[in-house]
Design a protein. Structure first.
Length: 173
């Protein structure tokens, strides 16, 4: 993932992260959105290293057509909260495993937003990033029947994959 990489169509989802070093863990969010055909953009911006860029991006996102923000950060992980402070769009926070506390620090920082400025918090790391992609698509699908059908098909495919792994065990007499 590169800084400020955009899909061709107007982005409906933004995937933000605090550092280029977060790119690998956040990649599944883009993978899911691409699989579902959701135009999105990827931006590296930091709450503490580039606070003005972060605030401006969050303030302008809705007017640019963004509908959901996925925000990943590690360690003190205040990026999601800083973004949520500057937008009325839903913010999905992904705590990242990038320090000696293996993401527990980021999880607590992301999930413990004070009352009034919510950040919906996903699982730590790449699983959380993937689920954030699905959740963002589910939010868009509330007013997009084509996307809702794709999500439904995806869930059926997952169920079929699990069913395919069922095996019968003969316990004998
Ligand atoms: C956080 O600090 C970033 O989200 C990243 O997870 C972590 C380390 O960043 P770098 O020092 O690798 O740029 O702000």
């Amino acid at each position: 993932m590169k800084d400020s990489k955009s899909e061709t169509a107007a982005a409906r989802v933004a995937v933000l992260m605090g550092s280029q070093s977060d790119a690998e863990q956040m990649q599944p969010a883009s993978d899911v959105l691409r699989e579902l055909g959701v135009a999105h953009e990827v931006v590296v911006t930091s709450a503490h290293r580039s606070p003005d860029k972060t605030a401006a991006y969050a303030r302008e996102a809705a007017d640019r057509g963004i509908r959901v923000l996925i925000v990943g950060a590690g360690r003190a992980a205040h990026l999601a909260g800083a973004v949520a402070a500057n937008t009325d769009l839903p913010v999905l926070g992904v705590p990242l495993d990038s320090g000696s506390l293996r993401g527990l620090d980021a999880l607590l920082s992301t999930v413990q937003m004070p009352k009034g400025v919510p950040v919906a918090t996903l699982a730590i790391g790449s699983a959380g990033a993937a689920n954030a992609g699905v959740l963002a698509a589910q939010i868009l699908a509330l007013s997009d029947t084509g996307l809702a059908a794709k999500l439904s098909d995806r869930k059926k495919a997952q169920a079929a994959a699990v069913a395919g792994r069922v095996r019968t065990v003969d316990v004998g007499d």
